[in-house]
Write a protein that binds this ligand. Structure first.
Ligand SMILES: Nc1ncnc2c1ncn2[C@@H]1O[C@H](COP(=O)(O)OP(=O)(O)OP(=O)(O)O)[C@@H](O)[C@H]1O
Length: 299
């Protein structure tokens, strides 16, 4: 059984179409990165999966159930973002206690261990925490609930670099100890890519790619060199990105296929530099509306 099934999901906010016939399935226990530019529709689809929003049309199933207003889905999933509002009359210790009563797989040892490690004050109120501390506390809720479907929507907002690193490590360690379906949306693919098994790349409310991270790493090749030679070499190839570097040099990213791979040696002989493209840059190029990025504004 698929954990998540989305078929032709569309979501309108009045006249704004935030999701446009989005279809994908996620099966089994894995960590999937939900990647996309600002406004791509990541939060919208994640809130629909968590049952907080209802799709305008299309079919959404979580554990074979429609998630909207569904207590079974609520009890088995958790959605963590930086705008969570938690009861203002409860202390952090009381919130953890309440959560432990609601989530069947709640792990108190993990919650207490993380709480102490991050030096949070049990008598503090959530609304009085700093931005980074709020995200840290929310992350503790998300991990300790050990929900079958765990959704982290930009969970590291406000966290400093050391806390972000600790969070990613804690996420990976706890996932290995207790595998579940985790969705992680992030603008920092370079920071999270080692955690991910799959990447779901969104653009303009649609699915652009849904592939294993290992395939994303092999998806394209970058070529740099003398413009006249490079232009000839990239002809008839699928160019994902192209930018001029100085008067005579050009940088281009081309989609890999067997013909491209066969011609790499020939490109090197012609003096072109060939290198892999990092996943984060590639996602930016793939979801850009222009081939040259910000340079196109100035050209
Ligand atoms: N409540 C709302 N009312 C109107 N439009 C909305 C609402 N929420 C989101 N949108 C619009 O829907 C589109 C998708 O928004 P969404 O928040 O899902 O994107 P996102 O990928 O999470 O963006 P970001 O990376 O900036 O957080 C955007 O154009 C946004 O302006």
């Amino acid at each position: 059984m698929s954990v998540i099934t989305c078929k032709d999901v569309t979501k309108h906010y009045r006249s704004k179409k935030a999701l446009n016939n989005l279809s994908f399935t996620i099966e089994g226990e894995k960590i999937t990165g939900i990647i996309g530019r600002n406004g791509a529709g990541k939060t919208t689809i994640l809130k629909i999966l968590a049952g907080f929003l209802e799709a305008t049309s299309g079919e959404v199933k979580i554990f074979d159930e429609k998630p909207f207003n569904n207590i079974m889905v609520s009890a088995n999933s958790i959605y963590i973002d930086d705008q969570m509002t938690l009861p203002s009359s409860l202390t952090l210790a009381e919130i953890l206690k309440t959560a432990s009563n609601f989530y069947e797989n709640w792990n108190t040892a993990l919650a207490d261990g993380l709480f102490n490690y991050f030096s949070l004050d049990p008598s503090q109120y959530h609304c009085n925490l700093s931005k980074g501390m709020k995200s840290t506390f929310n992350m503790i809720l998300g991990l300790s609930s050990r929900c079958q479907l765990t959704i982290f929507d930009e969970p590291t907002t406000g966290m400093d670099a050391a806390v972000r690193k600790d969070f990613y490590r804690a996420l990976l360690k706890d996932y290995i100890a207790y595998p579940r379906t985790i969705l992680l949306s992030s603008h920092h693919l370079d920071e999270v890519e080692d955690l991910l098994e799959d990447v779901l790349l969104m653009k303009d409310g649609q699915l652009h790619l849904h592939i294993p991270i290992s395939e994303l790493k092999e998806y394209a090749t970058s070529v740099k060199g003398k413009r006249t030679i490079l232009e000839k070499w990239i002809r008839n190839k699928e160019v994902i990105h192209r930018s001029d570097l100085g008067a005579e040099t050009t940088y281009a990213v081309v989609k890999n296929n067997s013909a491209v791979l066969l011609q790499l040696d020939n490109a090197r002989h012609e003096g072109l530099d060939i290198s892999p493209v990092n996943s984060s840059d590639l996602c930016v190029y793939l979801t850009s509306d222009t081939k040259g990025g910000i340079d196109d504004v100035f050209s």
